[in-house]
Design a protein around this ligand. Structure first.
Ligand SMILES: *Cc1c(COP(=O)(O)O)cnc(C)c1O
Length: 488
């Protein structure tokens, strides 16, 4: 049907029909916006709306006279969009449990409570309550860290990258640090061992080859300028095939024969034996210390399951030296981190309860059958609305990954919901649905793989299930509505 031609009023006339800022501020709804958002915000939104409308008129893209209802709607949209927080909770169904871009470890309620308390009241962060004078913030967690790792001393900085940087600057500035060539890692986001070394003032001495390094390679590399022998856990890749690495114990012996410290960057480093929970083995700081490491570094928000932090444990004299370095002050952590870290470490005093109490461990140990069961329960609740938009949903077996460079090749069996379009319209809808879910108030993050939209359910906690369904159905209905209007 041909659109009826509407004679357009001249631009100048349309412009004069626009209400003034003051007039708009007198509209009842706009007045109520002022109560909610404050006068400045509303004034800003009113001006922005009028400006945008003026531009539309000038571009002749507005067919009718500007009406108040539309203007008020625009004002409301601007206000709503500006009041949405930038830091948004998301539902992580990517299949990666420790997703660096989605904030890594989710923390258990005990840890969240401790963080909230530290944030909301004065606390003895760096205050010796016994003596009534200035204290040392590391002491809040040092004893726990020593107890859990077997180390003599401990200190904490902003993240593990900072821990490695700090120890290199403190112990290896203008000196040489010896590392196997197979361990010169790059971790996503510009953490490369050779660059970090250079910035920290240390000279990297690579020994061995990419696939094989032998004890004599370390021995031959030692010079009067050597400051340490170092081992870096190759946390996001494995070297397979004809390989050989020198066991930690042996490097430690070589180091100690030359009065050098042996330093281990563990990366993830969990504090317990993961195999007791049926999970793949991951080296622990305690094992490294028992093998003779003088210093071990690891992250707070990887397998440990706490806040972002870099933890250094080891020999007392070395930790002392590190703490005296001015960069320690630059890289120090705040009360929020320390409160969270203390609370999470306390959970490790009862390892048997970790699968129940530590959220990361809960997610890692969820058994495949319960995830499959959850998928079966969700399926019928989502199916019908998808069918109406030319999409099909089914359950598929997938493998979750741990993420953040923990256990790079190990995968955990899981179940996902997989959505596919059954015709051209459906295929387009898959892409649009992914975008709509991602831009929901509570975004749902899955992955597009070939022509399917995949949601691994391992990280869908029971208390998030109904929210997931609501957000999902709202997005599908939005899709169907806009679809219907496109066709009309
Ligand atoms: C993750 C990791 C780092 C960096 O730790 P952040 O806490 O992300 O700063 C350093 N080294 C290794 C081996 C790692 O796995």
């Amino acid at each position: 049907m041909k659109k009826e031609h509407v004679a357009r009023a001249p631009i100048s006339e349309l412009l004069t029909q626009l209400p003034s800022v003051d007039k708009l501020l007198q509209v009842t709804e706009v007045k109520s916006f002022i109560d909610n958002f404050g006068r400045d915000e509303v004034l800003r939104a009113v001006r922005q709306t009028l400006q945008a409308t003026r531009e539309e008129i000038q571009k002749e893209s507005l067919s009718d006279s500007p009406n108040e209802v539309k203007l008020v709607g625009d004002i409301e949209r601007i206000l709503a969009s500006r009041s949405k927080t930038n830091m948004r909770q998301v539902i992580n169904l990517t299949g990666t449990i420790l997703h660096t871009n989605l904030g890594r470890a989710i923390m258990p309620p005990e840890v969240v409570d401790a963080i909230a308390k530290a944030a909301s009241e004065p606390c003895a962060l760096e205050y010796d309550l016994g003596e009534g004078k200035r204290g040392d913030r590391d002491e809040l967690v040092e004893e726990l860290l020593c107890e859990l790792t077997g180390a003599e001393a401990a200190t904490v900085v902003n993240n593990n990258a900072a821990a490695v940087f700090l120890l290199l600057n403190a112990l290896s500035n203008k000196k040489e640090a010896v590392v196997s060539r197979g361990e010169l890692i790059e971790i996503g986001g510009a953490f490369r061992i050779p660059d970090i070394m250079k910035r920290a003032g240390a000279k990297l001495v690579e020994v061995g080859t990419t696939n094989r390094t032998h004890a004599k390679d370390f021995v031959e590399a030692i010079t009067p300028r050597t400051s340490m022998l170092m081992k870096i856990h190759t946390s996001n890749y494995v070297v397979q095939g004809f390989t050989s690495a020198v066991p930690e114990k042996e490097i430690a012996t070589i180091a100690h024969e030359h009065q050098l410290p042996f330093v281990v960057d563990l990366g993830s480093g969990t504090l317990v034996d993961m195999t007791q929970f049926g999970l793949p083995a991951e080296p622990t700081p305690r094992e490294a210390i028992e093998a003779g490491a003088d210093l071990v570094t690891f992250s707070g928000d990887k397998l440990l399951g706490g806040p972002q932090a870099g933890i250094l444990v080891g020999r007392k004299d070395l930790i002392q030296k590190i703490k005296k370095n001015p960069l320690k002050r630059v890289l120090r952590v705040g009360k929020i981190t320390l409160a969270g870290l203390e609370a999470v470490l306390r959970l490790y005093r009862d390892p048997a309860k970790l699968p129940e109490k530590l959220t990361v461990m809960q997610l890692l140990t969820r058994d495949a059958a319960s995830i499959a069961q959850q998928a079966q329960t969700l399926l019928p609740k989502l199916k019908e609305s998808l069918l109406a938009a030319s999409m099909n949903i089914q359950t598929v077996s997938v493998l979750s990954q741990i993420g953040s460079g923990s256990l790079p090749v190990e995968r955990l069996p899981s179940t996902a919901l997989s959505i596919e379009g059954f015709d051209k319209v459906g295929e387009k809808n898959i892409v649009r649905l992914e975008r709509l879910l991602r831009s929901s108030d509570t975004p749902i993050i899955g992955r597009l793989q070939d022509k399917s939209l995949i949601f691994d359910l391992r990280c869908l906690q029971a208390h998030k299930e109904s929210q997931f369904i609501d957000v999902f159905l709202a997005a599908v209905s939005k899709l169907s509505r806009s679809h219907a209007s496109h066709q009309a």
